[in-house]
Structures are given as structure tokens and as C-alpha cells.
Design a binder for this molecule. Sequence first.
Ligand code: PEP
Ligand code: MG
Length: 752
Amino acid sequence: MQTIAWFEELSSEDVGVAGGKGANLGELASAGMPVPPGFVVTVNAYYSFLEQTGLKDRIMEILGNCNVDDNEELNRASKEIRELIANAAVPKELADEIMSGYRRLSELCGENEVPVAVRSSATAEDLPDASFAGQQETFLNVRGSELVERVRSCWSSLFTPRAIFYRESKGFQHEKVGIAVVVQKMVNAEKAGVMFTAHPSTGERDKIVIEAAFGLGESVVSGAVTPDHYEVEKSTGRVIKMEVGVKATKLVRDENGNTAEVRLDAEEARRQVLSEEEIRQLAELGRRVEEHFGSPQDIEWAFEDGRLYLLQSRAITVLYGEEKEAESQEEPSEVLVKGLGASPGVGSGKVKVILSLEELDKIQQGDVLVTTMTNPDMVPAMKRASAIVTDEGGMTCHAAIISRELGIPCVVGTGNATEVLRDNMEVTVDGARGVVYRGAAKKKEEQVQVTQVASKPVTATEIKVNISIPEIAEKVAPLADGVGLLRVEHMILGIGEHPMKFIREGREEELVEKIAEGVRKVAQAFYPKPVWYRTLDAPTDEFRSLEGGEEEPHEHNPMLGWRGVRRAIDEPELMQAEFRAIKRLVEEGYTNIGVMIPLVQHPEELRKAKEIAREVGLEPHRDVKFGIMVEIPAAALVIEEFIREGIDFISFGTNDLTQYTLAVDRNNERVARLYSEKHPAVLKLIEMVIRACRKHGVETSICGQAGSDPEIARRLVEFGITSISANPDAVDRIREIVARTELRLLLDSVRK
Ligand code: PEP
Ligand code: MG
């Protein structure tokens, strides 16, 4: 019964001992491929831990009594098990063996305590290839004795609510699912990327395609940069194509193992990543790996200190044959499903039906994502999709908002897409008209968009954009004059843990860095154009489902409850963390950030928010512009008092302003017909506030959905608003209507 196994001792047969990931790395290392050195803490070690601590029976008993369909029960069982594991010391003999492996690895790398990546590698005994991808923990930059603790955390991650639920729903027996842990030297890449040993889109087997960028490979995999693209003829080794991309940024790893994005100057961004010699070396490695596995491979690689490392290799599952070309000549006509056109544009690709998060890996670049409804965990996969189709949802559902922001065609509310559409069907999605056709359309979209951008009219009223996903900032920055609303809620939902959990566990710094990381992306992409960051405004019901969110109070009406600035005043730690993140960015030279306080109803709240900023050394008005959302009628009615208290700007949150003015719940479809931002009472409040602000030289803007409505935009220009912030997909249309309105006003004044 081995506790640890070195990569060289393992092969792809050893999934039962080393898990899928461990066995794959073992196979590559044993075949002499340049895998970063490491070992696997075997599944046996995990079982032995359970036996020796007597936890096994206890865990099975808890699981046996748990109804996983009851969320609360599931969370409780998970928590109980994970606490049991966290409190059980790893038996000395096991810990010693793990540490002796680690010391040997350190020696091998010529270091005292080599930093390692610690990754879970799960396995099911009877189904060796079960996909548990992404369910279990990974820890980067682990050093020294903390390793044993991290290994135990990986074991514990087999019992997150999500993992338990997945096994139950797929009919796996809990006791038959084991977990190994991969311990591997960290590679801090100077250059990295992917390689396909057959052309991934044409299917040509004699071509090797390489995509490369500076820094860590994640920026290539996630599509954050335009990588260099090289092609090599497999039979001759000749480099037949070299296209140098513009890599605006690179990802690097700091000493704590955190990934940071660094902006490249114009010259570096256009520099070729790999020399011809390196391309050949890489292609040769690709050829060997393909030969070893006997099928085309999708490979992740990296160069560190001039050494080439192979990080991962998988078979390319879908390879198009020549037949694809013939197929794509036809214009599609047969309608397969219909729904609401939620994000305009036309996208074609192969259908991938996603019924659970574990299937997200199925989505390759350019596929059509079909699912019941998207959620924040799906965003990375959504970015790879050429179009998105959902069974459920309306125009403001998650899929609709995010795909508009990502600029991906989307059809929501089809009712039956997940039943009618089948994996690998070739379809075309028309996101404007809400239709999905059989077959692939020819591409015409891009050219149209370019001409639109080129003819962008100049307007006196600034046209800004609302952003919730920092990753889109780079793409939309050229379209807009700034960010009128940077929402943090989505970023935080994406972290997956309740922000208060970070604070409670003394991990505030981690939270600060996560927020700073997201905001930095946006501030950098738009610099020097202004970016207004809105502090957290999360109703208690929306954040309850996050890990650590169980303590959120149950409120009778969360919309009128503990959210926005009122919560920040009672519980200032979160707002302090947000301000620390902003302060960090100001110190990094991002002088373009503004701070916006949501849901204020009395100037006292503004004063308190400023005090919280000062407590962490961020000086309102000096370091950052400081403003408020006008989204409660009270704030509109006493706007003069807010101006006296001191504000640089206001922004209308018309989504809330409308619901609170008209007493219509914005989320209740039963009263939706009464909900209108065009109601004279709402427009009157807006006009009144703009007039007062103009008198005192305070900037005015709008960031509610109404800013994307051409008719309201026209009225706002007539009222004299300073800027309008629209959704990314509406920016061009709003710019046009604003330009027309301004010209009309000018003409009218001349003709008078
Ligand atoms: C609004 O209320 O209009 C707004 C922009 O904020 P949210 O939609 O996030 O409440
Ligand atoms: Mg609001």
C-alpha cells in the first residue's frame, strides 16, 4: 500500500491509484516527456487516513441520512463531514511519508523548499474516466510543512455540497469514489500556450497548430489575449505560418502564488513570442506525444528559464473532417427552436448541451452552449461559445445580461432547446430574432461591426458602458467614453464564497486582492477614461446560496431590506475591504477610478461612507471622485442636501428608482405591466435632480436599464445630463440617438 507514487512509477492504467490527472501526468513522465517533476499522494493514502482516524463509517452514516435534494440538509451534511476531516490529524506515519516525498522533490529541484502546486485528482473505481473535473481543490505555491494540511484540504473537497450532489445524481457510490493528490513543482512560465497536433478547425492531420503568449498559459486558454499563431507541417517539420498577435497583457505569478495581470507596452505586445527554433522544438514534442498516444492531442506547454515543459495532454475529442466544408456552404433554413432574441448577432457552431456544471469542459472554442439557464460558474465556458441558447429566462436573466456583455448571440426562453438540440449538431443562432436554425451560416458579422465602430459620431454627452464582467473591458473600451457602472456583485458571486466568510476567517487580504484584480482589469483597459466603481449592493437572498452565506438573515422583503450602503454602515468590514482595493489601485497610478455609493436615502449615509473610506486611508474627492446613486425617491427629493454634503457626481439607478417611485417590485412579473421608467413621476424626479446638479456643477449620469432605451436617452439629453451609461450591446445605438438629439437641439436653438 503505497502512500506516494512518483510520476515515473505511474501510467494511464493507474487511475485507481492516482486519479485521472495523476495517471495522465504519470503516463507522460514515464514516456520521457518533460513534465515538471512531482509525485502523487495516492488514493490509498486517503483511504488509510479515513480508516486510521475512524472517519469512514461516520461519513457514510451522515451521507446515508442526507436527502441531497434538500439544499439545507445537503449543506449541513457537507459542513459536518468537512469539519470532521479538518479536525482529524493526519496520522504521523502518513504525514512523514508525504513530507519525505516533498523533501526529495525539493532536493531534485535543487531547492530548500520547492514551491509546489497541489491538485486533487479524483477517481471512481468502477468508472475510471468519470468526469469530476473542476469539483475539487487546487492550491498553488505551497511550501514546506503546510503541504500536509493542503493534502487534507484536497481530501475534504471530495465532500463539498456540489461534489456530493453530483455523485448522488450520477448514481456513484460515495465509498467507491476515492481521491488522490498531485504534488508538482510549480512552473512560472515566461512563455506558454496550447498546441494541437492536428488542425482543430479544418481537421487537417498533417498540421500542428501552436498558440503562444507571454507569461502563464491561462491567458491563451481563456482568450484574454490574441496569441501568436504558428503552423507547422508535421511530416517535414517546416514552419508554414507565423502570425504575430497583439498580446496586450500577460499573466504572471507573484511570490504568494497569486496570478496578476501585467500590461505590456505597445512594442512588447507585438513581439513574436517563440523563435523559429522554439516552434520546431515544440512541434517535435507534439509529434512525439501524438505518437505515444496514437491520436491527435490538445497540449498545454510552457517555457521556464528556456526549458520546455509539458503541462497537460488530452486527446482532441472533436475533429472536423473535410465534410464540414461542404456543409457550411449552404445557407441554413430549417428552424429548430425559437425563443427571445436576448443578445444580437449570428453565431454558428456545434451544439453542446450542458445539464450540469461538470459537463462544462465539453464546450470548446466556437461551440454553441445550450442549457436550461446559465449561472456565474458558467461564465468561462460562455466566453468560449459562439452562441448561447437557454430553455428558460427573459431579457434580464443571467444568460441575457452576460451574453450582451460578452457580445455573444443569445436566445433565451426557448422552452425546449435542451431537448430538441443534440450534441454535435451544427446550428446557427440568430440572437436578434430569437431563432436557431439547422446548419452553419457563412460569417458576415465582423465586417459590419467594424464599419459601425469606424463611423462613431462624437457627442457632447458622454456615452459610457455598464460592466459586470471585468474580462470584457478590453473589448468594449474602444466603444465607450468610460464605465458608468462597474458592478462588483457578479465578480463576488464568481468567487463562490460569501465575502463575509473571508472577513470572518481572517482572509480579508485575499478578498481585497480579488476585488483589486477585477477592478484593475477595467481601470487599465479604459485608462484614462473614468471608471465608476459601485460598492457592493447585494440583497440578502441573492448571496445566501454562496458558501458561507448560510448566515444571511431571512428578510420579508429583501428589496427593501439590508442592502447597499445601509448594510455597509452596520457591517463596515466589507466596504473597508472594497476601499482598500481601490486605494491599492490609486497607488498603482489608476487616477481614473470613481466610487459610487448605492441606495442612499439620507446625506448621513453618504457622510458615513466617506468616513469608512478615510478609515482605510482613501480620501474622497482627492484620491477618487465620490458620488451617489440616485435610486430612492428620497435621495432625489433632498438632492440639494446631498450636494451640500459633497458629491462629485450622481448616477440614476432607474431600475430601483422606478420600483420605489411606483411601488412596483422590479422582479415580480405579475405587476410588470405597471413598471415603466417612462412614468411621468420618474421622469420628473430625474429632471429635477439634473437641474439641481447643473446649478452646482455636479456631474449627472444614468446607469439603470433605462439608459439603454433610445427614447429615454433622448429625454435625458434634453434635460442636460452629462453622460449616459448603457449596456455594451446598446452603446452604438444610444450614441447615435444622442448625436441626433444634440444636433436637433442645436438646430432648434439656431432657428429660433
Ligand atoms: C439600478 O437600480 O438602476 C441599478 C443600476 O442598480 P441595480 O440594477 O444593480 O440595482
Ligand atoms: Mg439599484
